[in-house]
Design a protein around this ligand. Structure first.
Ligand SMILES: NC(=O)c1ccc[n+]([C@@H]2O[C@H](COP(=O)([O-])OP(=O)(O)OC[C@H]3O[C@@H](n4cnc5c(N)ncnc54)[C@H](OP(=O)(O)O)[C@@H]3O)[C@@H](O)[C@H]2O)c1
Length: 342
């Protein structure tokens, strides 16, 4: 081990409104010795996800609570550089919970939700995107929760983001047709030209409801919703008989939805259309990751699935990366490269 110092982003303040740089503090700590069973990972890439704002407020019960001054939670991919655990060997590449820092310590227990990265031709970063929990969320959400089938009309919100950039392509590969909702012309063009969508709606300049009616006159079979609030409401209005609504996320509600929850006007449509609305959390679906990874890998190999990554350079930019998600600046999966040329 040549390095003795670890840079770490810790929580400096609970966010009020959108996250800002002053909510975080970059500190340096000495690397500690490993205990028996532990291994040390040098982090190559870190993932950024909207749920991290909830971690900062301790409103997600599936993650350990954060006190002010604690290391920010987050998933990463990295190389094992030191090990006192025979199951996890020096040189192996792994992805799992690592935190916003240069070096992480794990012990292989279930908490870390850690997996070895198989030898592959795609970049290591994909272990946090298309071939990691982001891609599995898209695949398992659409297939297992949404029950998508050939001929279905699929509507996807947050379509140009990490999860959404996969859902249109998966739909197409399974014989369904997807319409994506996103927040810029640039993203809408990309949805159609690269990301497998047959139509796009810019929610900042168009009425979502009128555009759904124009693009899917017979309604939608599966609504994969990442946004919640008014967007969810607009989709509910256009459900077909026996439609399925996949509640993947609700980013429009993360900031003030807890205090001022959006009241759905079209909830009755679920009853009228004998539809089903179901939320899921990807951490609870780990038994199915291997199946999702195998299918996504096959599609990448045959050119039927492209991955869209948005990479910032350097650990210093972790706060900026998270801020970008809430500002809609990211296109595809938002990542931060920690080691140059990884
Ligand atoms: N259920 C699960 O287990 C699970 C797992 C992973 C992620 N998720 C959820 O999936 C969703 C996408 O996550 P991700 O990490 O892939 O993020 P992402 O889609 O890459 O980034 C978030 C995107 O949401 C859009 N957005 C931000 N604020 C918005 C608002 N107020 N109204 C409408 N759109 C807004 C922005 O795109 P625009 O340009 O389109 O505005 C932004 O790029 C999130 O809701 C997340 O919580 C759920």
């Amino acid at each position: 081990m040549s390095h003795t110092v670890n840079r770490q982003w810790v929580l400096a303040a609970r966010p009020e409104g959108p996250v800002k740089r002053s909510d975080f503090l970059l500190i340096e700590t000495p690397l500690r010795l490993l205990a028996e069973g532990e291994f040390r990972i040098q982090i190559l890439f870190l993932s950024v996800a909207a749920v991290m704002r909830n971690y900062m407020l301790n409103t997600e019960k599936f993650e350990r609570p954060l006190a002010l001054g604690d290391l920010m939670h987050g998933r990463g991919v990295g190389r094992i550089v030191e090990s006192r655990n025979t199951q996890w060997r020096v040189g192996e590449i792994v992805h799992g919970k690592m935190g916003w820092q240069d070096y992480a310590i794990a012990d292989g227990s279930a908490y870390y939700l850690m997996f070895k990265v198989k030898q592959r031709v795609v970049p290591i970063s994909t272990a946090l995107g298309v071939l990691g929990l982001t891609g599995f969320t898209a695949y398992l959400g659409l297939v297992d929760i949404g029950g998508v089938k050939a001929g279905d009309r699929v509507l996807v919100s947050g379509a140009g983001g990490g999860v959404g950039s996969n859902v249109g392509q998966i739909s197409r590969n399974l014989g369904a047709e997807a319409i994506g909702i996103a927040g810029s012309e640039e993203k809408c063009t990309l949805l159609i030209n690269r990301l497998g969508y047959s139509g796009a709606i810019n929610y900042r300049t168009e009425s979502i409801s009128s555009r759904i009616a124009a693009l899917c006159p017979e309604g939608i079979d599966v609504f994969f919703d990442n946004v919640g609030g008014e967007t969810l409401d607009a989709g509910l209005e256009h459900l077909r008989r026996h439609g399925r609504v996949v509640l993947c996320g609700a980013i429009s509600q993360y900031i003030n939805g807890v205090e001022q929850p959006y009241a759905l006007r079209n909830a009755f449509s679920i009853f009228k259309k004998m539809a089903r609305m179901e939320a899921f959390f990807i951490y609870e679906m780990s038994a199915h990751f291997e199946r999702a990874e195998a299918q996504m890998s096959d599609w990448i190999a045959t050119g039927q699935l492209v991955y869209q990554e948005d990479i910032l350079e350097g650990l210093e930019l972790m706060p900026e990366a998270l801020i970008r998600l809430f500002a809609g600046q990211n296109i595809g999966k938002q990542l931060v490269r920690i080691i140059p040329n990884s």
